[in-house]
Design a protein around this ligand. Sequence first.
Ligand code: ZN
Length: 113
Amino acid sequence: MHELGIANEILDAALFEADRHAAKKVTSILLRVGVLRAIEPGNLSFLFEHIARGTPAEGARLEIVEEPVRVECAACGVSEVRTFTPDCPRCKGSGVTVTGGDSLSVLSLDIDV
Ligand SMILES: [Zn+2]
């Protein structure tokens, strides 16, 4: 159940920001999550709701922006895919650089002060 660890990280980040801005309430949280983290958004929201109970982030809505995997091929340029691949998805060449797809960050928060 790796979503629980992720939900905890999000809650920590949200509460830290809420505290920094002396916010009474966090209303929504915009997240960037890499597709390689294989998050089930419904599951994550459910867990977050549970652990945020009794904190200023109680009832906050999670909005998730997915970050694709970027495959850079010398011949084809950049492709974006949803699963890890050691080859270029277009020409099947192996001389590629694979980046992204594994981030987890809080992009912004909506708060009430
Ligand atoms: Zn290619």
